[in-house]
Design a protein. Structure first.
Length: 263
């Protein structure tokens, strides 16, 4: 089950292509539109990204209001403006305030240089965080992929459950804007420095271990000691034959404590 993201702007095709490269299973599928050629179906999506680069700001404001009138009430609006453009910052901020006043709480503004992938990738992860609850899975490639796939398969059946993604040497803080972290402790020690640096201390951490692992209790204790001083909630889960049910219970717990309203 794909999540839908419509992107509007002079460089919407470039931005959409980059987002689709970042997307994995069950993450947003992006569609690009120009400001003048947008079918009504383009507004019936989970998220609308409207990226201003150049042009008449009054026309841009009008387009945003038109998109808002045609969108679903729970659609997330992301309005971007280029760096060092005070007029765009002011005008887009005015529209965002107007949408808030119209009981449209899912509105975000973002300074974006589309030509700089270093800035574009963090926006992708921020959109996921703003719109959907997420689980970050850490561990060896084989084990983490198994857990990640199970979470996303559950999400494909039950759309209210969180998305899941795997940590792969990403260091920008937006990547760690998640609702829970799952760490598979069976493998060699993980480098937790980046996680501890960027992840909100309120985010719960689940330590998972497979029941056939030797010295599992010791590994749980070691990780608990390292993480409990910085994170309020650290839970251990020994996975058995019913591991899918156990992972479903974790996903349900995360979903109950999260969602778009958490922001």
């Amino acid at each position: 089950m794909s999540l839908s993201l419509s992107i509007f702007g002079q460089r919407s095709e470039e931005l959409s292509s980059f987002f689709n490269q970042l997307s994995q299973s069950h993450h947003p599928q992006s569609f690009a539109y120009s400001f003048k050629q947008a079918p009504k179906s383009a507004f019936q999506v989970d998220t609308i990204l409207i990226a201003y680069e150049t042009g008449d700001l009054n026309d841009f404001q009008e387009f945003i209001r038109n998109a808002w009138e045609n969108a679903n009430p729970d659609t997330l609006f992301v309005l971007t403006y280029p760096p060092n453009n005070g007029d765009a910052y002011e005008k887009i901020g005015e529209v965002a305030i107007d949408l808030f006043a119209e009981d449209r709480p899912l509105v975000r503004t973002y300074e974006l240089s589309i030509s700089d992938p270093q800035k574009t990738e963090p926006l992708f992860h921020s959109i996921l965080h703003w719109r959907y609850p997420q689980i970050l899975v850490m561990g060896s490639e084989k084990k983490s992929e198994e857990i990640n796939d199970t979470f996303n398969n559950l999400r494909a059946i039950h759309k209210d459950l969180p998305l899941s993604k795997i940590s792969r040497n990403v260091s920008h803080s937006e990547f760690f804007e998640v609702d829970a972290v799952v760490i598979v402790v069976n493998d060699a020690d993980l480098d937790l420095d980046t996680l501890l640096q960027h992840c909100n201390k309120e985010v719960p951490i689940y330590l998972l271990g497979f029941s056939d692992e030797t010295q599992l209790a010791k590994k749980f204790a070691d990780y608990e000691k390292r993480l409990s001083s910085s994170h309020k909630s650290v839970k251990t889960v020994q996975l058995g034959n019913d591991k899918q049910d156990q992972l479903a219970a974790i996903a349900s717990e995360v979903a109950q404590k999260s969602g778009p309203e958490r922001n």
